[in-house]
Ligand binder design. Structure first.
Ligand SMILES: Cc1cc2nc3c(=O)[nH]c(=O)nc-3n(C[C@H](O)[C@H](O)[C@H](O)COP(=O)(O)OP(=O)(O)OC[C@H]3O[C@@H](n4cnc5c(N)ncnc54)[C@H](O)[C@@H]3O)c2cc1C
Length: 417
């Protein structure tokens, strides 16, 4: 072992934990990841990563072609019943303007690509290992089998239902459930394209969102969002609906859906939209969850990242990109750190850098559907820089500039100086 390496333990091997493993290995440290699952491949989910995240992946040499990444190039909104086109927008100058790509992935392909990056380092991933406790002052990680290890730096990336967040905050921090849930599944694109009605939405179209919405006065709306992933082989379909009584107790985001419930919600959509959903198998349902910004991510030798630190609604598709930003911030701040004694002060810099940015993104994601003035005044409690105005819409230039022009590597270098 090189003499000046820190010993790093990472709890959780989702997008955040794997990204941190790549980052801290690149910073020169010895990394062990502890993941309680056996990495079964997730089905039925896709994800969008903005240039603020993809430029980090590029820096690490991520293989975008192997991961079947598609450039997010357009956004169309159609009435779910009449198919009238409500709005259409094309994103053609993303790389020129922001320096990297805006990408659509199958979530499992992004995860696999990150695993490939980890396997090119000396980091080890231990599967089937559940962490039960972390001593924030001494860096001791306890496992379900009663063994312990002691690390110089512990990164907690145990996701939305983090049990360990309370170790850093010194208080419980439960998640809030939104009143909306989401059915989701993947359809083979060749079958959709071959269908005379369903195919019309996707034939000869650049990759992007095709959204069908239905709103009734006085009732929360239904919305079906669709987009291609895995190099265009699959179509991701997500139907957002008011949470059913039977869905209220669901934990996690991979629960099998009640197909009758799904069909009942889909029945008011135009037959061509229903055809997009026809034959769906393996439908999952998830209740959308969020947390308010927290007062700190770091304490002693321990830092929270990813959804464990900043769970947010998927409004702007920024959750995973924030996890990638967290990882790159750790890479910059821990490059050249040789003494375990320096860990707490580096983590204080991490907090000063990440809390304002991430809290602003969290409020933008969680409060976008509420009164804009209230959202803006809440953002200003955390963030002093320029923010999108009250009339700005999701995926507008104003929001894109806010999310995508931010270069966490440069900002971390400034914070470290
Ligand atoms: C419907 C939906 C759509 C989304 N769309 C987007 C999008 O388009 N773009 C985007 O950027 N983000 C999006 N997000 C957010 C994004 O998916 C998350 O921010 C990201 O996946 C979080 O990764 P994570 O590693 O923090 O958590 P997770 O992926 O939950 O990983 C946590 C890991 O920790 C492990 N673990 C938990 N407890 C323990 C323990 N005690 N010991 C050991 N291991 C443990 C778990 O098994 C898991 O593997 C979306 C989220 C949802 C729900």
């Amino acid at each position: 072992m090189p003499p000046h390496q820190l010993q790093v333990g990472i709890v959780g091997a989702g997008i955040a934990g794997l990204a941190a493993a790549v980052a801290l290995s690149h910073a020169g440290h010895s990394v062990s990841v502890y993941e309680k699952s056996q990495f079964r491949n997730e089905t039925g989910a896709a994800i969008i990563i903005g240039p603020n995240g993809s430029r980090i992946l590029s820096k690490w040499g991520f293989d975008f072609a192997a991961a079947g990444a598609l450039d997010y190039s357009q956004m169309r909104r159609l009435r779910g019943d009449t198919l009238a086109l409500d709005s259409e927008e094309f994103f053609t100058d993303i790389t020129t303007k922001y320096g990297d790509r805006w990408l659509l992935f199958h979530r499992a392909d992004l995860h696999t690509g990150l695993k490939t990056l980890v396997s090119a380092t000396h980091a080890e991933i231990n599967l089937g290992v559940e962490v039960t406790d972390v001593d924030v002052g001494r860096g001791i990680i306890s496992f379900a089998n009663r063994e312990t290890v002691t690390k110089d730096l512990v990164v907690i990336a145990d996701g939305a239902h983090s049990e360990l967040i309370s170790k850093v905050l010194g208080r419980p921090c439960p998640v809030n459930k939104s009143p909306m849930s989401m059915y989701r599944f993947l359809q083979p694109m060749d079958r959709i394209l071959a269908h005379p009605e369903a195919g019309q939405f996707y034939r000869d179209q650049p990759p992007g969102f095709t959204t069908f919405y239905k709103t009734e006065v006085g009732r929360p709306g239904l919305l079906i969002n669709t987009y291609p992933c895995r190099g265009g082989e699959l179509l991701y379909v997500a139907l957002v609906h008011p949470t059913k009584p039977a869905e209220r107790g669901l934990v996690g985001w991979d629960s099998p859906a009640d197909v009758d419930n799904f069909l009942a919600d889909a029945k008011d959509f135009h037959p061509a939209v229903q055809a997009v959903c026809d034959g769906a198998t393996d439908i999952k349902v998830y209740t959308q969850m969020w947390r308010d910004p927290v007062e700190r991510f770091a304490k002693g030798r321990v830092v929270l990242i990813g959804d464990a630190a900043h769970l947010m609604l998927p409004t702007h598709g920024q959750g995973a990109s924030m996890a990638l930003e967290d990882a790159m911030a750790l890479q910059v701040l821990f490059t050249g750190v040789e003494s375990p004694a320096d860990v707490p002060s580096k983590l204080e810099v991490f907090d000063r850098l990440r809390i304002p940015r991430v809290s602003a993104v969290q409020v933008m994601s969680n409060k976008m559907m509420g009164p804009p003035d209230k959202m803006i005044s809440e953002i200003k409690r955390y963030y002093g820089g320029e923010i999108p105005g009250p009339k700005a819409k999701t995926f507008s230039n104003e929001y894109n500039d806010f999310f995508f022009l931010y270069d966490v590597e440069n900002e971390a270098k400034k914070a470290a100086a």
